[in-house]
Design a protein. Sequence first.
Length: 454
Amino acid sequence: MENKFFHHALKVRDDQCIGCTHCMTVCPTEAIRVRNGKAVIIDDRCVDCGMCLRSCPVKAIHIEHDDFSRIFDFKQRIALVPSVLIGQFPEEISVTQIYSVLMELGFTAVYEVEHGVEILQHAMRRFMAQQGQSKPVISSFCPAVVRLIQVRFPALTENIMLLKPPLDIAAHHIKKLYTDQGIEGHEIGIFYITPCAAKIAAIKSPVGEERSPISGVINMDFIFNKIFRSIKQGGKNEACLLPEINPLTKEGVMWSLTHGEASQAQGRCLAIDEIHNVMDFLEKIENDEITDIDFLELRACDESCAGGVLAAANRFLTVERMKKRAKNQPSIHDQTAENHPQAISNYEQYLLQNISIEEVNPRSMLKLDEDMSEAMRKMNQRNKLMNVLPKVDCGACGAPGCQALAEDIVQGKAGIEQCFFIRNRQLTAGQLDMAGSTAIIQKIWGNKKLKNTD
Ligand code: SF4
Ligand code: SF4
């Protein structure tokens, strides 16, 4: 069931990268190296948090999404939108206007992801009450956090809540709705409008399930620009054909914001956002410095999905708008399905039967080899190298720090002479000549920087 590969939506455009190392410095999992003067992302280490994209001064990192025209491969074209999309727009633009433009663009229906929250809430309570469940239960909502735990905190994978996030629940609901109406699976195209790269990665290579029911992913900034332009140009903005479902609840609107989940879970619940805060907290949990927590909501972005790297609007304004919207919505506790024949609660039994995900396996980046004895040997070798390397973490070797270089060396991906200090010693001792030294620098930094040309 576990996918053998990590799909990554973040790509470096070699022709634009100037090798400035900003991305390498900020990457929380040391997933970036500089080779030939360009940033290179190491797939096994990257968790798709998007920090590198934010830091790049020349926009050399981008997020690949599906071609929009792919929606027309399907007869039924459903835009699956997170409530944070609605929060991108100024208050004077209504939800109906936004939905209408999505329909004008070619979708045949619009559905908000957080309808899935109604089902998830029940399942969360049951999951947390299970005997023998490791505490704290860690939310599976943020795919960047799930991947971070897999690669950086493997011992905590057993704490991950083995339930699908609202996105997958909503997609399963849509599929069932349409197939119950006699529409065939190949005619149903579900396209998620994503605020971040991690959700793309999770859809293309899901953790804990074999395949996602989602057909494609479109970047939120791309759709935002299309909708905003259309509304500003006076496009059709009256009521449109909307699916007959309950209005989104207050809890649903708030779910993707910080405290959205933690405020609904039971026991002692904490919400932490921003990836460095998340890493600090997980380190403390791993070391038993923090105990007695029942539920942890962890989100990689500052202000959670409002701060997603593909969000077009200021995250604080988005949060303000979403809070205002939530005030006018019914509570999850007041919802009834009576007047809504397609309400998600009518599918509760079906969705609850399909809500679990498989155990999440560690994918430790700290593991230096698949073979345990070989991994131990390499670890010893790495520790010896650390006694030789200067521990200044200067980055001149093209790796983010001395330990990262030592790990690359024991895995045969780098040479010790890449270290400026070691190379200098080798030059002084006559073990390396100037031509050899120059060749090593070129391998890391390319020709341009040595020639001092742009
Ligand atoms: S997306 Fe995050 S983990 Fe991946 S390379 Fe960029 S900063 Fe590193
Ligand atoms: S931040 Fe990274 S990708 Fe952007 S120019 Fe600098 S090295 Fe290249």
